[in-house]
Design a protein around this ligand. Sequence first.
Ligand code: ACO
Length: 332
Amino acid sequence: MTPRSRIIGTGFYVPEKVVTNFDLEKLMDTSDQWIRERTGIVERRFVEPGVGTSDLALEASKNALKNAGTAAEELDFIILATLSPDYCFPGSACLLQTKLGLKKIGALDVRTQCTGFIYALSIADQYIKTGMYNKILVVGAEVHSNALEMSTRGRDISVLFGDGAGAVVVEADESGNGGILSTHLHADGKYARELMGEHPGSIRHPRVTPEMLDSGELNAYMNGRAVFKHAVVRFCEAIEEALKTNNVDIQSVRLIIPHQANVRITEAVAQRFGLTLERVYSNIHKYGNTTAASIPIALAEAVAEGKVKQGDNIVLVAFGSGFTWASALIKW
Ligand code: ACO
């Protein structure tokens, strides 16, 4: 029998430092009301200087391993999704591996931004179904704060993002009682420039110039309206695809856990499926948009809050830079 991948432990970690919308008002021309009404964000967490993505990933991983009752030494492979690695290279999965005290197992970074965790989970699922690995650590982690320009020039981006990490332990399960039922991965690179961090990249010679710093070109760019429009459509398509593939009705889904991009996107998705907001998880008010970390953080919180119970169908769904979009249907 082909094994299924089962999530046997979840965990998350966010830095202690809370930055409220009112704190941002002191740094730029913005307001709590503007941010809250358009995004649902009330506060976010920022790391202290010297803390990198692999440090947050480590704490989330320790929590997930503890929750799974698994020792790090039992892991066969690590997959870490992030758009904010500690270094340009090597990837942060290698750093996480050594911080966990491990020496040899493979460690892979995934670079699909907001959909990174679902892509990473899908990769883990394939390795488990083929029998290549038995236990895999899948992590989403980001440090955004030190890439945000805390001024009026940077406000369209800087009010949206926060730091954090979430992790799951995935194990091969031959009981036939659920697990990851399917994953669905998509991309349309035509829209790459609508949401991007252009520099430092290989296309520009030289990669970084002092002028880039002065002009603000090093900041991420987002066409907010285009992102909003495509996100609502793709979120819904990806959910439909997961339901149809498994012949599952939306009413049999206990909880949808979307990437936490914007509460208005979440509300639009809930409305489209006729769901109350209790059935579409949201914690963006506390953490802002943590990109690849947002789904595993939300999943770990939902599990800890008793909102996901054994036998429940849950859908993970994401949309982000690339554009990429993805979903997963899991029987818990
Ligand atoms: N505070 C106050 N005013 C601001 C801010 C800010 N932080 N940022 C922009 N503004 C101003 C703009 O300068 C503009 O002023 P103007 O009318 O004088 O020119 C005005 O507010 C409206 O700006 P818009 O960009 O048109 O604002 P919009 O209503 O579209 O809201 C937002 C922006 C919230 C980003 C919206 O486009 C949106 O929800 N987009 C979805 C994208 C998203 O959620 N991205 C998250 C990250 S990507 C992801 O995870 C998939």
